[in-house]
Design a protein around this ligand. Structure first.
Ligand code: NI
Length: 175
C-alpha cells in the first residue's frame, strides 16, 4: 500500500480518455489499494486512476458514514472497474463539488439525482448499483474523469475562468 502523487491541472493527462481494463488481477488490486490510500491521505471521497497517472477505467469511492466523513470509524470503500452508467434520472441534484486534481476550488454542479451503474468489483464480479444522493453525484464526477472531463467543464466559461485564475494565483504564491 502506498500514497501516490496526485495529478493536478493543467496536466494534459486529465484530458485523456481512459481505456477499459482487460482483467481484474492482483496487479490491479494493488493499484486500487494504493488509490484508496492516496484518497484517504488527501483526504477525498473519490478518485479515478487517471488522477494517479494511470489512464484506465478504475474508480475508488468512500463516503464513509452518512455525513461523508471518510476519516470516521466506519470506512466503506467501493471499487469500480469498467463502470458504465446504464440509467440516469431526469431529476437533477446540485452539489458543491471539489476535486483533488483542482485543489481547493469548489463550485455548484447540476447532475442527475440518481443513476444506475454496472461495473466489476474488487474481485472482478459483475455488479449493478442503484445510487442516489452524494453517491450518485460522486460516481458521475469520477466517471467524468474517465472521459477526460473535470467538474469545472460543467460550469459557465466565466466561472471556469475565475477558478483557473485563482488556481494560477495560488500556484504563484506557493512557488
Ligand atoms: Ni475529481
Amino acid at each position: 500500500m502506498a500514497v501516490l502523487p496526485i495529478v493536478t491541472i493543467p496536466d494534459p493527462l486529465l484530458k485523456q480518455v481512459s481505456k477499459p481494463v482487460d482483467k481484474v488481477d492482483d496487479t490491479l488490486r494493488d493499484l486500487m489499494d494504493d488509490m484508496l490510500d492516496t484518497m484517504y491521505d488527501a483526504p477525498g471521497i473519490g478518485l479515478a486512476a487517471i488522477q494517479v497517472g494511470k489512464p484506465i477505467r478504475v474508480l475508488v469511492i468512500d463516503l464513509g458514514d452518512k455525513d461523508g466523513d471518510t476519516r470516521g470509524e466506519s470506512p466503506n470503500p467501493r471499487f469500480f472497474v469498467n463502470p458504465e452508467i446504464v440509467w440516469t434520472s431526469e431529476e437533477l441534484a446540485e452539489y458543491n463539488e471539489g476535486c483533488l486534481s483542482v485543489p481547493e476550488q469548489y463550485a455548484i454542479v447540476d447532475r442527475p439525482a440518481q443513476c444506475h451503474v454496472k461495473y466489476l468489483d474488487y474481485d472482478g464480479n459483475e455488479q449493478m448499483l442503484e445510487a442516489d444522493g452524494l453517491l450518485a453525484t460522486c460516481i458521475q464526477h469520477e466517471m467524468d474523469h474517465l472521459e477526460g472531463i473535470l467538474f469545472i467543464d460543467h460550469l459557465s466559461p466565466l466561472k471556469r475562468k475565475m477558478i483557473l485564475k485563482k488556481l494560477k494565483k495560488n500556484h504563484k504564491l506557493a512557488s
